[in-house]
Design a protein around this ligand. Sequence first.
Ligand code: FES
Length: 78
Amino acid sequence: MARQGDSVAAALLAAGYDSTRRSPVSGAARGPYCMMGVCFECLVKIDGRPNRQGCMTNVAEGMRIETQDGAAMPRQEE
Ligand code: FES
């Protein structure tokens, strides 16, 4: 559940998820930090697309959000 206008990162934090990805270098858990598009610690997969900044994306009905492990190659646009 999320409130209309919440970012994906805010909704995840409110739901108790403090880690949204794992570092590609150390494997350490990482999570949203700046909440303004600067640190890139909030990267998640949204609707199958990796490397999405959760803090810069508003939640939407039916959105599928997944954690991201390590570096993800961008998917080719169809
Ligand atoms: S939390 Fe820093 S870019 Fe999203």
